[in-house]
Design a protein around this ligand. Structure first.
Ligand SMILES: [Zn+2]
Length: 59
């Protein structure tokens, strides 16, 4: 098994973990049905994108 040559200090370990932050997904309102959706993606509720229907919706 591999052995450590240099022990990581608390400072270095904590500095590495500064990038662990979780971010909430960016949500925009669908202009057609006003449900929240991801930007630049087809709306999951109505199937609209760029003002026209791209996929068939549930109803
Ligand atoms: Zn929609």
């Amino acid at each position: 098994m591999a052995n450590l040559t240099n022990k990581t200090s608390r400072c270095r370990r904590n500095k590495r973990r500064t990038h662990w932050v979780l971010k909430a997904p960016n949500l925009v309102e669908c202009p057609h049905c006003h449900a929240f959706k991801l930007p630049h993606r087809i709306c999951g509720e109505c199937g609209y994108y760029k003002g026209r229907q791209v996929i068939l919706s549930k109803e």
